[in-house]
Write a protein that binds this ligand. Sequence first.
Ligand code: ATP
Ligand code: MG
Length: 251
Amino acid sequence: MNKIVVENFSLTYSDGTESLQNINLKIKANAITALIGPAGGGKSTFLRAMNRLNDLADVATLAGHLFIDGQDVLDPKVNIIQLRRTAGIVFARPMPLPLTIYENIVFGLRVAGERRKEVLDETVEQALRQAQLWDEVYDRLNDSAFAISGGQQQRLCIARVLALHPEIILLDEPTSALDPISTAKIETSLLELKENYTIVIAPHSIQQAARIADDVAFFLQGEVVEFAPGEKIFTRPEDKRTQDYVQGRFG
Ligand SMILES: Nc1ncnc2c1ncn2[C@@H]1O[C@H](COP(=O)(O)OP(=O)(O)OP(=O)(O)O)[C@@H](O)[C@H]1O
Ligand SMILES: [Mg+2]
């Protein structure tokens, strides 16, 4: 099933940078889709657009459609708060709130009015287990989120997104600042989460895409040069530019 359908999507920033030109993608539910390509290709711009975060940036023109379950995210009538619950986003640098581990996870639920302690407790445990962090922090949930390592903080940020029961998880180089152990735990977590979520990630390396991706889109200077199952992109890509990139000839 296609969870996200991108049709002729283009985005130009106010300084004239044509960051995305006529992007077309069909992103499957219960799969990991990786966006790869050299710097400046438009991967982050695309992920932010899915979450309507570009509303805050200097965007001059937007065209085309970004459908989630048939509804266009770009429709001005879209409820942005609801959209950001449906599609949670995780960035490269872990950004916990200056609160305890527990309060970081339940923050969104409290804002939404949830007060039942048993619901909050259960959500914390479940989200931390899904993010592969529970075993490391279950006995210090009331410590500051800043008292744990960067890798643990990033898993906490993933748990915070999961606590809101999203359908889509967007991740922009979530492991680029992390140690190999935390990176491996996040990859394990994503492979488990895809059973129940739609995952779109700009991985921090081609190797990471090869380890976890079902489908891969190769972004080059604002265009999707090739979109195919990872196995095809990595072993027999159709476009010479894809081949050169995955073989490390530029990057
Ligand atoms: N806020 C902005 N204002 C103007 N131009 C921007 C803005 N953000 C990104 N760009 C430009 O849009 C293009 C795409 O950038 P983007 O950050 O989406 O690429 P990326 O594929 O995520 O790159 P990287 O691999 O370095 O993270 C680049 O030319 C970049 O300079
Ligand atoms: Mg980026």
